[in-house]
Write a protein that binds this ligand. Structure first.
Ligand SMILES: [Fe+2]
Length: 293
């Protein structure tokens, strides 16, 4: 994918349906388990290592597209960009040649200290300028676009003046970057912060969405928690249907990081996503085939 002119999104790769590659499934995948068109990996698990995970990733990469999904870019932090991290990321990019590279709209450290969490940003004009400038610098360094993911939110800042979908939309234009739309995060945040999830999706520029995430949340009674520990909920499947109607067939994948199920159960989730894709995007053809048949 090339870095295009500002405001003109490149064609994102149509990868189909993938899963997050987790150590629990290494043996299945190496044995040729079917069902996933591509794999997303957590970048930090594969940088600064020459151990088995990297060997497995290189093996997987021989037969499948791979997306790198980071948690340490800390794009919104007031700290300088971490040059050592960026160098390690670039080395991995050169080695793996990923189809997509992503991280989160968040900050995760200050004064050189990592806080090991994806923390929310005040959605203000000042923050927008700050993040857009940093995204441009990261993309210039890597020589390609990155995607930023919408966070799952539990609290908002009183200082925020820009709705999140509008913030992401404007960020993508100013920085000429892509968006990773996590449909589960939209739903979790919408319930926790009491906004309209469908209106949020409607405000996201379709041509900027390079990838979508699906995952399961836990209902804590007082709020929804983005645990990635269970199946995708019916509400999120419905929202995914709406996202496909608006955005089209962006590369989609299921994140399942806790209480990880057997490979076959994970693939059932992908098959449900494929079914919805077929209903939304190929409904006319299916209807014509039924009439012709
Ligand atoms: Fe996600």
């Amino acid at each position: 994918m090339s870095v295009g002119r500002a405001g003109v999104a490149a064609d994102w790769p149509r990868l189909g349906f993938g899963v997050g590659l987790r150590a629990e499934h290494y043996e299945d995948v190496l044995a040729g388990a079917k069902g996933a068109d591509w794999f997303e990996v957590i970048t930090e698990n594969y940088i600064g290592t020459r151990g088995r995970p990297l060997a497995v990733l290189e093996c997987v990469r021989r037969d499948h597209p791979v997306a790198l999904h980071g948690v340490s870019l800390s794009i919104g932090s007031a700290d300088p960009l971490d040059r050592r991290y960026l160098k390690a990321l670039k080395d991995l990019v050169d080695r793996i040649e990923p189809a997509l590279i992503s991280d989160h709209l968040c900050w995760s450290g200050v004064d050189g200290r990592a806080l090991f969490d994806l923390l929310p940003l005040p959605l203000t004009e000042e923050c927008l300028n700050h993040v857009a400038e940093r995204v441009r610098r990261v993309q210039d360094y890597l020589g390609r676009r990155i995607l930023l993911e919408n966070p799952s939110s539990y609290l908002g800042w009183r200082a925020s003046t820009i709705p999140e979908a509008e913030f992401l939309s404007e960020l993508a234009e100013r920085a000429d970057c892509g968006l990773l739309l996590d449909v589960n995060n939209v739903y979790v945040s919408a319930v926790n912060l009491d906004f309209d999830a469908r209106a949020y999706l409607d405000a996201i520029p379709a041509h900027r969405v390079g990838q979508m995430h699906l995952a399961g949340f836990s209902d804590m009674g007082t709020h929804l928690f983005d645990t990635h520990s269970r199946a995708v909920s019916d509400e999120v499947w419905e929202l995914y249907r709406h996202a496909l109607e608006r955005i089209g067939p962006a590369a989609s994948m299921v994140e399942w990081d806790d209480e990880i199920p057997p490979w076959s159960r994970l693939i059932e989730e992908l098959d449900r996503a494929r079914q919805i894709r077929d209903q939304v995007l190929f409904a006319d053809e299916i209807g014509r085939a039924a009439v012709a048949g």
